[in-house]
Design a protein around this ligand. Structure first.
Ligand SMILES: [Zn+2]
Ligand SMILES: [Zn+2]
Length: 413
């Protein structure tokens, strides 16, 4: 059975993949500053005999595994950038770079995808079609690496695209899927309110931007509570509110900054309009001026129903029914959304939570960590997809569910 062969090969590779993940983890590189990580990826793929393009859209790496016979082209994507955060974990593979950390699991995504490339490269002769391995830089910032890599042709000839994120809230071993809008669009805004400062004892001679800013913060709450269809969703969060220094001085300016999360493109557009309108008019009423800088971030992520159903069924087949769940949409953002705007596909979540090894902290937390066996869950789902679509079309239904306990692998610390 080809499929079992694939999973066996993944199992054999597990200690090496853990080592790879820990190497990425110890030497993280933040978004758009990835230099060594793409080199390591490119070397690994080249050593496997893949055709490799580097510098795709910036720091991206794309590997091509072309089968002997023609067929579909399927792209699998992993991101590899880290966050500007100090690693506060106490583990042997803790970040060695001050102020940089893999606190989202992108190191693990990369190790999993390299493992899948390794396994499939050993079965090259049996592949009908092409597998494209998209290793993406700069997912954590906007504009992210996805848009740049797509512009540079990483989706050329691709029929379907798939991606995964390890998920710290879900227990190790489980995977989850959602059809339709799954992750939000993430925009940011900054508002500078210019009033007219003066003595704290003589407010009538000033235009006080502190009071106007306070009013504006409250007025902006109405976008979600009163202006948006309750059956649709939007988040307007003000994360920064700054003004003044001295206790007896009314300052000239106040600053408000925040983020908007939405799924529906109309809701997104309307929210931007409302922020502009409410800010300008609130300031105008009290004689101040508003300068608004609204920046669009990653677009909302839409999982195509047919591909989601297909991958979910394959995941159920390989992991067992008790390991596959439905996911509620998440207000976080992910620039995998841009691939899904070009070609059909889906983005799924693989649990990484394990209290036994203290993998309990949320993404972007200085103590974030995940159970490394999620490399296997992601790998198994990807391999079952390629097996079904490009290798063993008749036989892959016969795959047997495998539990994570079947994997010896390196001990998790
Ligand atoms: Zn992240
Ligand atoms: Zn992430």
């Amino acid at each position: 059975m080809v499929s079992i062969k694939l999973l066996d090969k993944l199992q054999e590779l597990y200690p090496q993949l853990v080592e790879l993940r820990r190497d990425f983890h110890m030497y993280p590189e933040v978004s758009n500053n990835e230099v060594e990580t793409p080199k390591k990826i490119s070397k690994y793929l080249t050593d496997l005999g893949l055709e490799v393009k580097t510098g795709v859209g910036g720091n991206g790496v794309v590997g091509y595994l072309r089968g002997k016979r023609p067929g579909k082209t399927i792209a699998l994507r992993a991101d590899f950038d880290a966050l500007p955060l100090q690693d506060e974990k106490d583990v042997p593979y803790k970040s060695k770079v001050p102020g940089a950390m893999h606190a989202c699991g992108h190191d693990l995504h990369t190790a999993a995808l390299l493992g899948v490339a390794n396994v499939l490269s050993q079965l090259k002769d049996e592949i009908e079609g092409t597998v494209v391995f998209i290793h993406q830089f700069a997912e954590e910032v906007a504009p992210g690496g996805a848009e740049a890599m797509i512009k540079d042709g990483c989706l050329e000839g691709v029929d379907e695209v798939y991606g995964a994120h390890v998920w710290a809230n879900d227990p190790i071993g489980q995977v989850s899927f959602n059809e339709g809008y799954t992750m939000a669009a993430a925009d940011t805004f900054e508002i500078t309110i210019t009033g007219n400062g003066g003595h704290g004892a003589m407010p009538h001679e000033t235009v006080d931007p502190v009071v106007i800013a306070s009013q504006l913060v409250l007025n902006l709450q109405q976008i979600a509570s009163r202006k948006t269809d309750p059956l649709k969703s939007v988040v307007v969060t003000i994360g920064a509110l700054k003004s003044g220094e001295a206790l007896n001085v009314i300052p000239d300016t106040a600053y408000i900054g925040g983020t908007v999360r939405s799924f529906d493109e109309d809701v997104r557009n309307e929210t931007e309009n409302l922020i502009r309108h409410i800010s300008a008019s609130t300031c105008h009423v009290f004689g101040a001026k508003a300068e608004i800088n609204y920046k669009r971030g990653h677009a909302a992520l839409y999982n195509h129903p047919a591909e989601t159903k297909k991958l979910k069924a394959l995941a159920t087949n390989v992991l067992g029914e008790d390991k596959v769940f439905d996911k509620e949409p998440i207000m976080g953002a992910e620039d995998f959304s841009y691939y899904l705007r070009e070609v059909p596909g889906t983005f799924f979540f693989a649990g990484g939570r394990n209290p036994e090894i203290n993998a309990i902290y949320p993404h972007h937390h200085p103590r974030f960590d995940v159970d490394e066996r999620s490399i296997l869950t992601i790998g198994q789902v990807f391999l079952s997809l390629i097996s079904e679509e490009l290798i063993d079309k008749q036989n892959s239904v016969a795959m047997q569910p495998m539990s994570l306990q079947n994997f010896g692998g390196a001990p998790v610390e």
